[in-house]
Design a protein around this ligand. Structure first.
Ligand SMILES: NC(=O)c1ccc[n+]([C@@H]2O[C@H](COP(=O)([O-])OP(=O)(O)OC[C@H]3O[C@@H](n4cnc5c(N)ncnc54)[C@H](OP(=O)(O)O)[C@@H]3O)[C@@H](O)[C@H]2O)c1
Length: 262
């Protein structure tokens, strides 16, 4: 799969990993990009940074079903089809489940999972007319290993993983590929309130996630061998991983308390 000339829809391309994905798309010859984000000012800045790109700018919250329907309708109207859908936008609110405000529980599922399912649904007819369509879903390492104090975020991101696998199998006859990316801690605004951890760069995560899509890899998992080994341990000997996590339970809890990016 080549990127040049493709028409792309991305959620949350104004900051962090999504912004780096857009930089990479433009470097590789993409000149038609539809972007959905809530902050109008950042969408305007993005279009000023990439003067040669024709943007479809959708200002809105992806938790709002009308915003997702409007995005698909505007793409159909302007382009008639879509080549790549990148479900990137995400939010997090960590801490013990019993202390999590109900609204923040609901919003994390709506933005991190429901919006991915609905936007994909609305884009399938547009992707089918591409001839060579692709979907890149940004999940998380926590979508592979459920972590304490990130129960809701982990659940939503695990949903993205299962959805990606299911849709890759469902859309294979239509020549639409689906890749799911599993970043570990990455240095973006989402992690501003998270203390004490080495982080990947968003540029690297963006580049490798797109590479995986172009090479038609089902998954790209960040965090190196340690993360791969933890995933194997989680699958084969979950009780051993439980013991490991319990050893720094209190540190994990206190680090999570202030971790909100909504
Ligand atoms: N950073 C990490 O350590 C990390 C690790 C694993 C996975 N991830 C995942 O990677 C993806 C990108 O994260 P990031 O770190 O780049 O986040 P970020 O820096 O906080 O950027 C989030 C982007 O999503 C948009 N967005 C957020 N909520 C939205 C909503 N309700 N409707 C529309 N747009 C919305 C934001 O724009 P507006 O605020 O203007 O709407 C922004 O463009 C997310 O799915 C995240 O869960 C991140």
């Amino acid at each position: 799969m080549q990127l040049a000339g493709k028409k792309v829809l991305i959620t949350g391309g104004t900051r962090g990993i999504g912004k780096c994905i857009i930089n990479e798309l433009v470097d590789q010859g993409v000149s038609h990009i539809a972007v959905i984000a809530r902050d109008k000012k950042n969408i305007k800045l993005l279009s000023e940074q990439h003067e040669n790109v024709k943007f479809i700018k959708i200002v809105g919250d992806i938790a709002n079903i009308d915003v997702l329907r409007e995005a698909a309708a505007r793409i159909e109207d302007k382009w008639g089809h879509l080549d790549l859908l990148i479900n990137n936008a995400g939010i997090v609110s960590a801490g013990p489940l019993e202390e999590l405000p109900d609204e923040e529980l609901y919003d994390q599922v709506a933005v991190n999972l429901t919006a991915v399912l609905l936007l994909t649904k609305y884009c399938i007819p547009l992707l089918k007319t591409s001839g060579e369509g692709g979907i890149l879903n940004i999940s998380s390492g926590l979508g592979l290993i459920g972590m304490p104090f990130y129960a809701v975020y982990s659940a939503a991101k695990a949903g993205v993983k299962q959805f990606s696998d299911a849709m890759r199998r469902e859309l294979a006859p239509d020549n639409i590929w689906v890749t799911c990316s599993f970043p570990t801690a990455t240095d973006t605004e989402m992690m501003q309130k998270f203390k004490g951890m080495e982080m990947d760069s968003p540029e690297m995560v963006a580049k490798k996630s797109l590479e995986a899509l172009l090479k038609k890899q089902p998954h790209v998992i960040f965090g190196g061998d340690d993360r791969i080994n933890e995933n194997i341990l989680n699958f084969e000997q979950p009780l051993k991983l439980d013991e490991k996590i319990l050893k720094n339970y209190e540190d994990r809890k206190s680090a999570s308390l202030d971790h909100k990016a909504l």
